[in-house]
Design a protein around this ligand. Structure first.
Ligand SMILES: Nc1nc2c(c(=O)[nH]1)N[C@H]1C(S)=C(S)[C@@H](COP(=O)(O)OP(=O)(O)OC[C@H]3O[C@@H](n4cnc5c(=O)[nH]c(N)nc54)[C@H](O)[C@@H]3O)O[C@H]1N2
Ligand SMILES: Nc1nc2c(c(=O)[nH]1)N[C@H]1C(S)=C(S)[C@@H](COP(=O)(O)OP(=O)(O)OC[C@H]3O[C@@H](n4cnc5c(=O)[nH]c(N)nc54)[C@H](O)[C@@H]3O)O[C@H]1N2
Ligand code: SF4
Ligand SMILES: [Mo]
Length: 699
């Protein structure tokens, strides 16, 4: 591997979100006797963030050498019921024995794996291979189902390929109109917000579509503050208005798309006044948004979780894609639809086989050619590779049942906090015969495990991730891990040896695993076979597909043709249905959930960083002052929020920025997900995190 240390600094990347900001870690002057860890410096040349970092990135080093860091395996003592330290051999033996016993008694599919979009490409690939070759189980899925799966499904349907952004992030500053749908970019990817500044400085408009006036919406030229769960109707209203005002790009629609006639018929009844009644967005604003989109010579429509985390998430995204296509904003430079992927490796993590229906290279597991190709790389008979398994929530929902998973391994997720209808998920986890969690802190999920394996974290190990642009980047090791921990790859290799297939099935050198992943991906939609570590270093990342060492990589997709068989993008005539759980007399408010700047995901990492815990110490319920007055609630008062599933108590935070019919809760603490609805999108299997019916009262 190329030596990239400059003096005593190492160029690496942040442990958190999909921006994967480049950062430089400087080793402390003298390590002897000093407990000081490395310091964060900027890496101004790295193109995606150009030196920008948010406070989570700046404070990320606190997790290295943290006092709550796990450094020894833990196993549950049968007498006391408590987790107690043990050695690696004992821990791994216990895991292997449990998995073998479960499979002998209940069949291969009774052992399951739950992965994460924060895992490196190498780990995601190894996890998929371990499931299909060492365990031969179909039961593997991951938390990406809860993240961008609706956009991924819609992207496949409309364009024949899913890569979050089909263009580099910097293109956002160069377009002539940006539409952000359900994205709070200023808080969820702060360094990316500088592109909004450039765009606005160029005099180009920004439209933000969000039920809350977020810091992102605050900057918008036009903010459409819709009722949660009504994106589909709003998008149809905009297409209706594009048609009515003569803004449909007929030439583009004829040459590069199919299916517009069905959409034209469908949106005929979505006149602005009708859409206003569904969405709460004033009819003139709908007309104005359509005019802005129609008049812009180039425009981008980007969705994030606000539009996607619904039981109609796939259809919502398809409807927003219709808007981009109808106005001719796709398949050209500085124009197009994109999804702002979320987790550190949200993109690569969805390509290399930790998904229930997938083989490496974004291949389908039910595709005979794909099975033959990957089986040859793995040196196995294609018939031994299992078929598709259950999606993330469906796997969790069936834990411990007769035909469900009875022994589960979790790598890189904390579902006790982040899964919908979480008390039900906790019950299912407790019904397991055996739970093993690999983590570097004792997350809420790890605390319920039978065996906990302490693993290395970001700057203690090397691996690739694929950022939200589709750029494969290299996160380099910058410090030595504490004694006693092992990498996820080491763990999988050791388990596969114990389970029988023998040594060498799972590599432990990330660079070698990446080369194998490249071969397995060759010829697939996400082809990495031309990428290697040295090249990533030289070129500051390589965009997939990159099918050969002399191939330049693909920063911009779809310029000549879309990836569908006929090369055309497809419109989809999907009808508006509304939230799975509309408000009623008992639960009169919409509850929506999401993120705040200071914390990351289930909070397992950031709640342990002092600066971040002080900035945002606890969960809260954000509600409009008018709603609070009606309910006799004052600011900071403790309130009970109840849904059909559960109730939880948290302080009220009064804010004029949320719709009066809606309340918001961040999900970084146990609480929000006790309340959320586990209704699933029929195609992507995304749960409806973004809207359910709730009641709020003084506690
Ligand atoms: N600070 C921070 N940053 C993060 C993360 C984090 O945990 N913390 N996580 C990373 C990950 S994994 C992800 S997926 C991304 C997510 O990034 P975002 O999608 O930007 O974040 P969210 O807060 O989940 O949701 C965005 C917005 O959707 C709005 N919304 C709610 N309901 C609806 C609706 O029905 N329609 C529309 N149009 N909007 C709606 C919410 O009000 C919210 O402001 O962030 C990444 N970055
Ligand atoms: N209500 C509500 N719920 C949501 C959402 C929402 O908007 N609203 N958003 C959803 C979304 S978009 C997402 S992405 C999920 C995320 O939710 P989770 O899947 O819970 O994600 P994290 O909190 O990132 O959990 C990662 C865990 O793995 C550990 N970890 C990190 N890196 C590694 C590694 O390399 N190896 C191993 N073995 N462990 C590692 C961390 O310490 C942490 O305990 O939450 C979803 N849940
Ligand atoms: S924006 Fe994301 S990648 Fe960048 S520093 Fe913040 S958390 Fe890290
Ligand atoms: Mo996510």
């Amino acid at each position: 591997m190329a030596d990239t240390t400059t003096g005593s600094t190492v160029d690496t990347h942040c442990p958190y979100c999909s921006l994967q900001c480049g950062m430089r870690l400087r080793a402390p002057e003298s390590r002897r006797g000093s407990r000081r860890g490395p310091e964060v410096e900027t890496w101004p040349e790295f193109p995606t963030n150009r030196g920008g970092l948010c406070r989570k990135g700046w404070s990320s080093v606190e997790l290295l050498g943290h006092r709550e860091r796990l450094t020894t395996p833990l196993a549950r003592d049968p007498d006391t019921g408590e987790l107690a330290p043990t050695d690696w051999d004992d821990a791994l033996d216990r895991v292997a024995t449990a998995l073998r016993t479960t499979q002998e008694t209940h069949g291969r599919d009774a052992v399951g794996l739950f992965g994460g979009g924060g895992l490196t490409n190498e780990k995601a690939y190894a996890l998929g291979k371990f499931a299909r070759v060492a365990l031969r189980t179909s039961a593997i899925d991951y938390n990406g189902r809860w993240c961008m799966s609706s956009a991924a499904t819609a992207g496949q349907l409309a364009f024949g390929l899913d890569r979050g952004l089909p263009f580099p992030l910097a293109d956002l500053a160069e377009t002539n109109l940006l539409v952000l749908v359900g994205s709070n970019l200023s808080e969820t990817m702060p360094p990316a917000a500088r592109h909004l500044t450039t765009l606005l400085d160029r005099g180009r408009p920004l439209i933000v579509i969000d039920p809350r006036r977020t810091p992102t919406a605050e900057r918008a030229t036009l903010h459409l503050q819709l009722v949660p769960g009504t994106d589909l109707a709003l998008a149809h209203g905009i297409v209706h208005s594009l048609l009515a005002q003569g803004y449909v790009d007929q030439d583009f629609v004829e040459r590069r798309t199919t299916g517009f006639d069905d959409v034209r018929r469908l949106v005929a009844s979505y006149w602005p006044e009708h859409v206003e009644r569904i969405t709460g967005v004033a009819a003139p604003d709908i007309t104005r948004a359509a005019r802005m989109i129609g008049e812009a010579s180039t425009a981008m429509v980007l969705t994030a979780r606000g539009a996607e985390q619904h039981a109609t998430g796939t259809d919502n995204v398809l409807a927003w894609i219709n808007v981009a296509l109808a106005a001719g904003h796709a398949g050209r430079t500085y124009a197009g639809y994109g999804c702002l992927t979320g987790q550190g490796n949200g993109q690569g993590g969805r390509e290399h086989g930790q998904k229930a229906d997938q083989l490496p290279g974004y291949r389908r597991i039910d595709d005979e050619d794909a099975r033959r190709h990957v089986a040859a790389v793995w040196g196995v008979d294609p018939d031994t590779i299992p078929g598709p398994g259950r999606s993330a929530y469906e796997m969790l929902d069936a834990l411990g049942t007769d035909d469900g998973v009875r022994s589960l391994l979790v790598f890189g997720s904390n579902p006790i906090v982040s899964a919908p209808n979480a008390s039900h998920v906790a019950e299912r986890l407790d019904a397991l015969d055996f739970l093993c969690v690999a983590d570097f802190v004792l997350s809420e999920t790890a605390a319920r495990a039978d065996v906990v394996l302490p693993v290395t974290q970001w700057a203690e190990e090397t691996g690739t991730l694929t950022n939200l642009e589709g750029r494969v980047i290299l996160r380099r090791k910058a410090v030595d891990p504490p004694a006693g921990v092992r990498s996820d790859l080491d763990v999988l290799a050791a388990l596969s040896e114990r389970l029988g297939p023998g040594g060498g099935l799972i590599g432990t050198d990330p660079e070698e695993v990446f080369a194998e992943l490249g071969r397995a991906s060759a010829g697939g939609p996400a082809d990495y076979s031309g990428v290697d570590y040295d090249r990533i270093t030289r070129e500051q990342g390589v965009f997939w597909p990159c099918p050969a060492p002399d191939h330049p990589g693909t920063p911009r997709l779809f310029l000549d043709r879309f990836a569908t068989p006929d090369g055309r993008a497809r419109f989809h005539a999907v009808d508006h249905r509304g939230p799975a759980e509309p408000p009623c007399a008992d639960y009169p408010l919409h509850l929506t959930t999401g993120r705040i700047l200071a914390h990351y995901q289930s909070g397992a990492q950031t709640r342990r960083v002092r600066e971040l815990a002080e900035a945002a110490p606890e969960k809260f319920v954000e509600l409009h002052p008018m709603t609070a007055e009606r309910l006799d609630i004052y600011d900071t008062q403790r309130v009970r929020i109840t849904t059909r599933r559960a109730a939880t108590i948290a302080p009220a935070r009064l804010s004029p920025h949320v719709r009066p019919d809606t309340v918001f809760m961040p999900f970084h603490w146990v609480g929000a997900n006790l309340l959320t609805n586990d209704a699933l999108d029929p195609r992507s299997r995304m749960p409806e995190f973004k809207v359910c019916a709730a009641r709020v009262e003084p506690a």
